[in-house]
Each structure stands twice: as C-alpha cells, then as structure tokens.
Design a protein around this ligand. Sequence first.
Ligand SMILES: Cc1cc2nc3c(=O)[nH]c(=O)nc-3n(C[C@H](O)[C@H](O)[C@H](O)COP(=O)(O)OP(=O)(O)OC[C@H]3O[C@@H](n4cnc5c(N)ncnc54)[C@H](O)[C@@H]3O)c2cc1C
Length: 587
Amino acid sequence: MLRRFRSLNSIAVTATHFAIILLIILCGDVDSLYDGNTDRGLYVLTEESFNPTVYRHIGPNRELRTESNLWIVQFYNSWCGHCIKFSPIYKALANRTQHWSAYLKLGVVNCADDLNRDLCTRFGIRQTPVLRLLTTGSHPANKGEDVEVRHSTTNLLQTVLDVMEYQRTPRELQPLPEQRVGELWASLPRSVNEVAVIVEPIGSHVGKEALLHALPNLHAIALRRAHNNNRALLDSLNVNERTTFVMFLDRLHPDEKGLVTLESLSRNSDPVAVFTNAIIRADTELTTRLRIQRRPQLGPVYGDTTSPAVRRPMQMQVHSASSFTLSVQTAVSGQDLNSAVLYSLSNEIARHNDITGREYETLKAYVTGLIKWVPVRPATLTALRILETSLRRGNGITGAEVTRLLRASNLNVDSGAIEWDHCKGSVPDRRGYPCGLWQIIHTMSVRAYEAGLLSAATVESNALAANGVLTAVIGYVEHFFSCGECSRNFMKGVASLRRNQVVVSNADAVLFLWRAHNNANRFLAGDLSEDPAHPKQQFPTLVQCLDCRNSADPQAQTIVWNEGNVLRFLREFYGAKRSAGATFVLE
Ligand SMILES: Cc1cc2nc3c(=O)[nH]c(=O)nc-3n(C[C@H](O)[C@H](O)[C@H](O)COP(=O)(O)OP(=O)(O)OC[C@H]3O[C@@H](n4cnc5c(N)ncnc54)[C@H](O)[C@@H]3O)c2cc1C
C-alpha cells in the first residue's frame, strides 16, 4: 500500500514537473523571436544557460578548456519593433555563419523574459537591440564590447568579418606581413607542402568570407590571406594580378602556381562561392592523392546553391489584414495602463545601475506624473508612492534599490501579472508594452489638460503643467525606454515638431504628443513589426471619429484635421470621464 502511494506520488511529481517544463517551453516560445531548434546557428541563451555555455572553462570531460572563440550575443526585447525588424537579418547572419562555430557562435537573450531580468541588468542592457562581443574562456564578469547593429545582412556580415579579423579569430584571417615566398614557407609546418593564399584589396570582404567557409573543411592544404599591396610576396612570385584572386602554391614545385581570378568568372557567379569551392576542390584532390582520411564535410558550403542552407527563405510572416475583423476601441483600458506601469518600473527603471543627474530628475517627474494622472491598481499606486518618497529624499538611486522598494511594497511584477487587454497582440511578440507606453503618455497629457481646465488656471500655470508633462514623458522615452532605435526616432520626431509648434498650453501638449504618435504611425505603416489585426492608421480613424477630419475621404493623401474635435475625442478616449461603452474597470 505504502509502495503504491509512493509510486502514485512520484507520478504526481513527475506530472507536475512535466507540466512546469511544458509551461516553460510554451512561454519561451510565445515570448521569443528566436527558436533554438529551427533557427540554424543560433543559441537561445537564458540566465541559467548563459555562463556554462558562453564562458565554458570546463569541457564535457572535466578538462580545462583553453580555446578562445568568439561569441556575439544579441540582447533584445521581444516586443520591440526594431528587434522584430532586426530578427530576419540576425537569423540570416546565423544561417550564413553556421559552419564557423569553431571560431564564432551567435546567441540571443530575450530581456523581456522575467527569467533573464538579472542577466540583462548585469550586462547593463538599457536599450535594445544590443550586440555584445564576448570571448569563451574570459571571466564571467567581463561585459564584452558593443558591436554595431547594422540594418542589412550584408553590412552586418561585413562588420562581423572585420571584428573577427581584428580579434585574429581564426588567426588565418590576419593578412600576411610583407614577406617573400620563402619566408611564407618557413612560417608553415614542414609537413605542409601546398598553400592557398587569398589575395584581396584592403577593405574587401570577399576573401575573408571565403576563407571562413573553406577553412573548417580543409585537410591537407594550408590557407592564408594577403592584401594586394603586399609587394614583397607578389613580386617574389612574379604575380601582376592586382584585384581579388586565389593562388595555389606548391613547396616542392615552386614554378607550378595556379590562379583563380575574378576575370575568369562568369558575370553572374558569386566570387565568395567560387573562391570557396576552388579551395575545397584543391584540398579534396590533394587528400585523394595523399590518401588522407577526410572528415565528413561540415554541411553544405556557402555557395552550393542547391543546398537548403543557402536557399532557405528568411522566416517572415506574411500578413493578410483582410482576414481579421478590426475592433473599434472607444477608450483606454485600465489594465493596459496598470501593466505598462508595472513593466516600466520593473523592466526598464530597475534595469539601470545608477540613476543620477538628468535621469534622476526625469524619473522624479515621471513617477509624480504617474501618481497624479495615470489610474492604476491600488497596489501599484502604493508602490509608486513609496518610490516617490524615496526619490524626494535623495539625489540618486540604483536599479537594485528600485527593485527592493517594489518587493517591499509586495507588488507582483512577474510577467504573469502583466496582462494586456486592448494592447494584446493578435500574434506573439506584437503590441504589448510599446502600446501600453503610448497609453501612459496620452493619458498623462490629457488628464493634466483636464485638471487645468477644472482649476481655472492661468495661461502661465497651464503652460507650466503642460511643459512638466512633456518633460516627464519625453525624458522617460529618451532615458528609460528600452527600445533604443524607437527612443532615437522619437527624439528626432520631437525635435522636428518643436521647430513648427510652440507648446504654450496643456491643450498644445496633448496635440503635440498626438501628432508625434501619428507621425510614428505613418512611418511604421506596413512595417514588419505591425500587428496584422491592428494596422497602423492615422488616429482617430474615421470610424472612431467622423468629425475629427475636415475631409471625410478615406483615400485623401493629406488629412485635414479638425483639431478642436480631435481634442474633444482625445478627452473622451483618455480622459477621466469615460465615454459610453468604455471598458475601464479598476478595483
Ligand atoms: C515613444 C515610442 C516610440 C516608438 N518608436 C518606434 C520606432 O521608431 N520604430 C518601431 O518599430 N516602433 C516604435 N514604437 C512602437 C510602435 O509605435 C507601436 O507602439 C508598436 O508597434 C505597437 O503598435 P500598436 O499596434 O499596439 O499601436 P500603437 O501605435 O502602440 O498605439 C496604441 C494605441 O494608441 C492609440 N493611438 C494610436 N495613435 C494615436 C495617436 N496619434 N494619438 C493618441 N492615441 C493613439 C490607438 O488606440 C492604438 O491602438 C514606439 C513606441 C513608443 C511608445
């Protein structure tokens, strides 16, 4: 009986474990822009797996590893539009470099995932996407160096190739010094009798890439790289060629050198593929001649156009907006506001190591603005008040202290507590927090405007309140919004709007932010980050407010707004007095 109870118990435990694991897997999938199983060449890293995977000192057989390979790790937020747009570029890079794993590995960390919160804070990640260069075998305290985020696969690949050359990983990427051919042979092991040298101009990336594709597949010939201004080497070989080419040299037959040049290629051929394949073919012939046992090839080499690795299309979702029913929202949702405040406190403000100076002043204004103008749940309000009191007392605060204050006020900031209502995306990784942050921004400005109307304030004090709200929300986006590119775009938009509009009243502040948001909507319409069920439109739409536009023609290129009616509509949507049918429920 006892045994039966035990076994039932263990089944229950196993089932619970299974359910938890399943939940973790499912949650991971929902939150992540990347899938370690299907995205070739990519490691999906977490707080738990990061150190053992990236900073491995001990190998599988408990041996001390001495290898020093490179890692490029992308820290991203799955909700961030620029991270969404960058993901096909990064996946394409991983696909293209997947066989270079002996020298370079690519990883991703989703900072929007609760489980990675401490990891992202440790790396000082404030605005995403961020690419960090790390070295296997270095100390885990090492935060790495930033690598520029480029917006095309070609440019990103070139940056990565330059980084690898600079890091001398692998050392064959280093161009040969000015030396005669005799010195080249002297620098190679005595057993090596054939060498392929890729020659290319400074700044070219063709040779570097071909070298990396070919190198892991070579058994008999050595591979080196030289610049085409290496006169000592080329003159000693009597080679006049000056563009990009590969030369094959034989120690035992110095007069027999082979050249593969760009001129010998047909117009449509890809030089990287041609050079790579020429080198591998030469190596195959030599190993056959020498009867060397070849390792199986590492997979289809780049340029083998029949291989699925090269042909695989980028995984982009094709949206068909017509297959969705568009819902008409009539008012801001309390749940979205509350969730956005929780997220901004726990995943943005608390991520900063030290908050001082202008950032500190911005934070004070933002927290005060939230308390005054943004309706949130009682527990959230209590936490905000505790934070505000602490901010009033000092002149600096750390993210760790913010986290401590949130915990002390018993606020649940786990992702389970952050749920989206109107801001919920129809597909994973769309909407959510950025939608919620816009809702905070507009609610704050509209409610400050309404309060000014009620208090019969003078024009001067109105202007003060308007500028206070503007400073708080613009400052927040500049210093704390973790989508880096969004923050920079927003600040550019604000600067250009400021050239045409002076904010002298609270109403001006409301319309200023409404315009800034509509400019973002115009810029992002049809973007990869768009939710198919919520296409970016000029707001309010015709359906939401017919008399907000002076022309009711939906095809009109330029909308002529009736700003008085827009202001009235924004009050109905974001203001304290809810419009009919609004779903603004707070306990
Ligand atoms: C400050 C800021 C800057 C951003 N910059 C970028 C960027 O550069 N690149 C990028 O890819 N993403 C950017 N984003 C994200 C992007 O603007 C959207 O928030 C995101 O794509 C989610 O879109 P959404 O469909 O939820 O609608 P959102 O644009 O987030 O809008 C949310 C809700 O606000 C209401 N709304 C829409 N327009 C207005 C308006 N003009 N005035 C008042 N209310 C309105 C609507 O009810 C809408 O459903 C930014 C976000 C913020 C907060």
